[in-house]
Design a protein around this ligand. Structure first.
Ligand SMILES: Cc1cc2nc3c(=O)[nH]c(=O)nc-3n(C[C@H](O)[C@H](O)[C@H](O)COP(=O)(O)OP(=O)(O)OC[C@H]3O[C@@H](n4cnc5c(N)ncnc54)[C@H](O)[C@@H]3O)c2cc1C
Length: 453
């Protein structure tokens, strides 16, 4: 049903600041983008709607980094470095980083404490001189012309502000800035279906000794219970300890609309219903654990995060879309900015479907090409001073099911920050930067581009 409209009065908007680089969104991609651009001497503004950084990693309680590693011909190695190393070291110094753990016998992930991630990310950006504007919701842009963004409009407690920039990096996860600027984007796969969101939660009071390797035994308990008619939102439950083993994270809910479609994280009404349903699913699952899982009788929910975990919404269309084939064949690109070693992890109705490159017969990672970061408008012309990084970068639905995890987002963000700097050193057009200079700059900053295997 089309809603009626009214016309707002025209307004004058205060200029809140002028920066070389304006980054929207403080998730893994945005943290890396802001840190990289500032380290190269640019004035940088980070705009984030919450009062803390981390994106889905903190706001949605993900508490676990995937995609930092790859299974390289049978040996699992960390393949994402650069800014990520600095951030990991800061989380570790706060005592909030677990040792990496094996996932499905093929790859590694690394859990962390939410509070430590937030504090380490503050510390990282402040130490590099980034100006951080929290509690600022991006609500629009003004344009110099149809190819150049002039300012990002943000709604804050101090009123509406225009943040003027020379280059803008959209790390909002949802492609908000790119959509405001008229960039082309897609949602979902061929049938329009997006990955399902999940309400994460954490438990305290787990008896770790009795629980044992619960991440192996709980899926079997769920299968047995399902035969007795107990209903679960999805298979593939992840129930694992954090660094301190009284605390466990649970990744099992799956949030959908009444018609079975995934809740759309860019639709306020669907999100609202999804938040309520996600919390209800969490409580129902805890009842099951307390009743049936050894070691969980005394467990209680210590945290339901500020928001529903959204995996996929807009994917902004750039000059190249990373595809499933690229992930599964470990594709190489001349304009590599780093690598993705995470497989396709598709959150489909009622389940999680995994697809892997040949392990251990391949190098286990694909290159991420710079062209994924350069958005185009609907008429396929570049928006000259806009980059996009993270889960809303240019990927097909299946490509995004892999490279959306934190490791790939750190890689894309760092490259976008460095590319913003290089475009300002040149003619200010992000698509025209010299790729070999970008690659040298990234390697100089410690990034791994995957060109040796
Ligand atoms: C339930 C769930 C479980 C997951 N599990 C894992 C896992 O175990 N390991 C892993 O590595 N990855 C996991 N992921 C994926 C990963 O967390 C995300 O893909 C990753 O965080 C994306 O990073 P990003 O920086 O692109 O965007 P996001 O993390 O989404 O960050 C975007 C930021 O932009 C801000 N923002 C958005 N719009 C606006 C606006 N208009 N104005 C102001 N600020 C705005 C948001 O508040 C947020 O801070 C999971 C995701 C979900 C949802």
């Amino acid at each position: 049903m089309a809603l009626p409209f009214l016309t707002e009065p025209a307004r004058r908007t205060e200029i809140g600041g002028e920066y070389d680089v304006v980054v929207l969104g403080g998730g893994p991609a945005g943290i890396a983008a802001a840190a990289a651009a500032a380290a190269l001497g640019r004035t940088v503004l980070m705009v984030e709607r919450y009062g803390f950084l981390g994106g889905m990693g903190t706001a949605a309680g993900v508490t676990n980094f995937c995609g930092l590693h790859a299974n390289v011909f049978g040996a699992i190695k960390q393949v994402v470095h650069g800014v990520a190393d600095d951030l990991l070291a800061r989380i570790d110094r706060l005592g909030g980083l677990n040792a990496p753990h094996l996932v499905l016998g093929k790859i590694m992930a690394q859990a962390y404490d939410t509070a430590a991630f937030k504090c380490a990310a503050d510390d990282l950006l402040v130490s590099r001189g980034v100006d951080v504007l929290f509690h600022a919701l991006a609500a629009g842009v003004t344009m110099d012309n149809e190819r150049r963004i002039e300012a990002l409009l943000v709604e804050t407690k101090s009123g509406r502000l225009a943040m003027v920039g020379r280059v803008f990096i959209d790390c909002s996860g949802d492609g908000d800035l790119a959509a405001f600027a008229g960039a082309a984007f897609e949602k979902g796969g061929a049938d329009g279906a997006m990955l399902y969101p999940t309400m994460m939660f954490r438990l305290n009071g787990v008896d770790a000794e009795k629980a044992g390797e619960a991440w192996r035994t709980i899926p079997a308990l769920m299968d047995e219970a399902a035969k007795r008619g107990v209903r679960f939102p999805r298979k593939g439950a992840i129930v694992r300890p954090q660094k301190h083993s009284i605390e466990w994270r649970v990744n099992v809910t799956q949030v959908k609309n009444a018609d079975g479609r995934a809740v759309d994280g860019t639709d306020a009404r669907e999100l609202s219903a999804g938040e309520i349903d996600g919390r209800k699913q969490a409580i129902d699952f805890v009842d099951f654990l307390k009743r049936e899982a050894p070691g969980f009788a005394g467990a209680y929910v210590v945290d339901i995060p500020p928001q529903l975990g959204v995996r996929e919404t807009r994917r902004v269309t750039g000059r190249y879309q990373l595809s499933a084939e690229d992930v599964l064949t470990c594709a190489s690109f001349d304009d590599t900015i780093g690598v993705n070693g995470w497989p396709i992890e598709a959150h489909v109705a009622g389940d999680v479907a995994w697809r892997w490159p040949d392990i251990p017969g391949s190098r286990g990672f694909n290159h991420l090409p710079y062209r994924m970061l350069t958005p185009q408008s609907l008429d396929k012309k570049p928006i000259e001073n806009l980059l996009v990084a993270g889960r809303c970068a240019s990927m097909t639905h299946e490509g995004q099911s892999a490279a959306r995890v934190s490791g790939g987002c750190f890689v894309m963000g760092e490259a976008a920050g460095a590319a913003a700097h290089l475009s300002l050193a040149g003619n200010g057009t992000v698509a025209d930067i010299a790729i070999d200079t970008l690659q040298e700059t990234l390697e100089h900053g410690g990034a791994y581009l995957g060109r040796d295997v």
